[in-house]
Ligand binder design. Structure first.
Ligand code: SF4
Length: 295
């Protein structure tokens, strides 16, 4: 079955046990300065016949698929009538599936009408992963995210309104060793406006082949130290205020993180802060394991 996939193949950590259906290749944006994921791939929507053939092959081989993840970088960009046909075929072949999820860019959400989003939701897509990266427009411009924080908020609220659960990632250390204050405060502000169901903080990893890597080589960008990244995350957490009665499941336990944090906002906020303070005050900041950071 492995030869069905066009590698490299990415999925969020929480989709480790999901059946991955690669209905698009690459990322429709593919310009973010820190991202290497799809640099070698031209964005393509696979022909429907090929998608059906691949689903048929998986169905023969896999007895039970509870969760299905639609790859690559922005499967929601597929025109709605075709996406609904694909979902119909998935639902016919995998009636046991409980959840379908995908990565979505803010633009692909904004392109769709509320009715289209609801139709996609009703066909079983219940979770969308969105990269916020930063709530600061200066940072979003610098990393070439191609969208403003206002548009990310608009897209996220539109997706929630259509009934999707939202999983959101932000990046600490994205400014290197420069002042992170605006990035931390504005990111927290955007999180407060959106109240995603899941929030993850990743830390910048400089990969060769990216624009940030070239800037490092030219001496224009210096990576932040682990302690400063933890202080940046602390500032974000201090300013994330989720009202009682709402819940954001928070994780910073990706291989890129200097400290694993796990819990929920609002009730674990003080616990997160005391864990960070303990590690900083006692100089317990761990090294990152390079083996897991390469891709
Ligand atoms: S971070 Fe996301 S949107 Fe940006 S290039 Fe990578 S996959 Fe595409």
């Amino acid at each position: 079955m492995d030869d069905i996939y066009d590698y490299p193949l990415y999925r969020p950590p929480s989709e480790a046990y999901s059946l991955i259906l690669q209905i698009t290749l690459g990322c429709s944006h593919n310009k973010c300065t820190f991202c290497k994921m799809y640099k070698g791939k031209k964005f393509t929507i696979k022909p429907f016949e090929q998608i059906k053939e691949e689903i048929d092959i998986f169905r023969k081989e896999i007895r039970y698929a509870e969760k299905i993840f639609l790859a690559d970088g922005d499967a929601l960009i597929i025109p709605t009538p075709r996406l609904l046909e694909i979902l119909d075929y998935i639902n016919e072949k995998f009636p046991e599936r409980e959840r379908i999820s995908l990565y979505a860019s803010p633009k692909s959400i904004l392109f769709k009408t509320p009715e289209e989003l609801k139709a996609i939701r009703e066909k079983g897509v219940s979770l969308v992963y969105i990269g916020l990266e930063s709530g600061d427009n200066e940072v979003l411009k610098e990393i070439k995210k191609g969208v403003t924080s206002e548009k990310i908020v608009e897209a996220s609220l539109k997706a929630k309104e259509a009934g999707f659960m939202l999983s959101m990632t932000v990046i600490a250390g994205v400014l290197g060793d420069r002042d992170y204050t605006n990035h931390a405060l504005k990111t927290a502000e955007v999180v407060n406006k959106i109240v995603p169901d899941y929030l993850s903080v990743l830390c910048l990893v400089v990969h060769d082949g990216t624009e940030i890597y070239d800037r490092v080589l030219r001496g224009e960008f210096r990576e932040a130290k682990g302690e400063d990244i933890l202080k940046e995350i602390r500032m974000m957490i201090e300013n994330i205020n989720i009202p009682e009665g709402k819940k954001v499941i928070f994780r910073s336990n990706h291989a890129s993180n200097y400290l694993g944090l796990k819990g929920d906002f609002p009730e674990d906020k003080e616990k997160f802060l005391s864990e960070i303070n303990f590690v900083i005050n006692n100089d317990y900041i761990r090294e990152r394991n390079d083996r897991y950071l390469r891709y």
